[in-house]
Ligand binder design. Structure first.
Ligand code: ADP
Ligand code: MG
Length: 333
């Protein structure tokens, strides 16, 4: 201890303000002042992480610092927005300098990569809660919403799905420390927001969302807001080797009524949360453009289904049977 609130802000948070010309006033005044170019629109998102709810209580401060920014950048990615600024409201039980240094380092690991400037925030005492707001740019009218999917569009997912839930299971189930469980825990604690892919899909994707509450729940939002249905090809779901190896041994798996044919890894991919991959739709004519962009940005994407007439979600099993899906994802209330 020893540092006052103001010295602490100066020491740990002021250095996280990146060198950006568009920050007129950053940390240290009553409010930040930021310059937005006339031809751009501002995309703004906020997400709060509560200890014990959004991350296990023993999560390292470096991972918390990384992840609180990552989950927010993932929301910008899903709009096709380019990140610029962030604010941080931090509630801490104590001004623990080692904790703050590690937290700031985890934040910086990701913020530097995307040149995100921390421009302000608030610091209070209480149960550990981290609330981050991010702001980024889209060209006027260029944001990719959840509402533009049309019947006949293909549905895609980036990366692999279910790893976040797998990582959580590895932690909750106990002492495994093999290569696969390390991989899954890394995916839980240090998800990679798909910023470059989101930017590359502007003008290509008809609808997009980031998978934070589980594919079924989040694709459900695209379907609902687009006024269509979505059909997932069960055997096309991208799952990691690590998840396939470990999922059948998990002490619990998410509920998925009616889909007894699905493998344990597929169930995690459909229902598990915390993946921060992108799910998006596009007309079949864009397949080659999507493949080219995926290669260019170095992020794999997989076609996982189709947008259909009607409403709600269904899955087609390897045997060709079509099963309605009712998974609702994590709900706080
Ligand atoms: P005020 O009382 O006017 O809200 P504060 O004492 O809360 O001012 O904050 C002083 C300055 O430090 C402000 O510029 C604020 O944005 C910044 N700040 C406070 N906490 C943080 C934080 N956790 N991260 C970044 N900036 C912070
Ligand atoms: Mg304040």
């Amino acid at each position: 201890m020893g540092l006052s609130e103001f010295a602490l802000i100066d020491h740990f948070f002021r250095p996280l303000g990146a060198n950006r010309d568009d920050v007129v006033i950053g940390v240290g005044d009553d409010a930040a002042v930021l310059a937005v170019a006339a031809d751009r629109q501002l995309a703004v998102a906020v997400d709060t992480l509560v200890a014990g709810v959004h991350f296990p209580l023993d999560t390292s401060p470096g991972d918390i610092g990384y992840k609180c920014l990552a989950v927010n950048l993932s929301d910008l990615a899903a709009m096709g927005a380019e990140p610029a600024w962030a604010t941080l409201a931090l509630t801490l039980p104590a001004a623990d300098e080692a904790w703050l240094a590690a937290f700031a380092q985890g934040w910086a690991d990701l913020a530097r990569r995307y040149n995100v400037a921390l421009v302000g925030g608030d610091t209070t005492r209480g149960p550990l809660t981290v609330s981050v707001q991010v702001m980024g740019f889209v060209p006027g009218g260029g944001a990719v919403t959840r509402g533009g999917a049309r019947p006949g569009d293909d549905i895609y997912a980036s990366g692999t799905l279910g790893d976040g839930y797998g990582g959580l299971r590895c932690i909750l189930d106990g002492s495994r420390d093999d290569e696969h469980s390390r991989y899954l825990r890394q995916r839980l604690h240090r998800p990679m927001p798909r910023i470059e892919l989101g930017l590359a899909l502007r003008g290509i994707a008809t609808a997009m969302i980031d998978v934070s509450d589980g594919l079924a729940a989040d694709l459900g939002h695209i379907a609902e807001q687009s006024g269509c249905g979505a059909r997932i090809e069960l055997d096309q779901l991208p799952v990691s080797t690590a998840l396939v190896r470990l999922a059948s041994d998990f002490a619990q798996r998410p509920e998925l009524p009616g889909l007894e044919q699905a493998t344990a890894a597929q169930v995690c991919a459909l229902v598990g949360g915390d993946d921060y991959e992108l799910c998006f739709t596009a007309p079949p004519g864009q397949a080659a453009a999507i493949e080219a962009q995926s290669c260019r940005v170095g992020c794999p994407v997989t076609r996982i289904g189709s947008v259909v007439e009607g409403a709600g979600l269904s899955a087609r099993t390897a045997g060709g049977e079509i099963v309605p899906l009712t998974a609702s994802g994590y709900r706080h209330f």
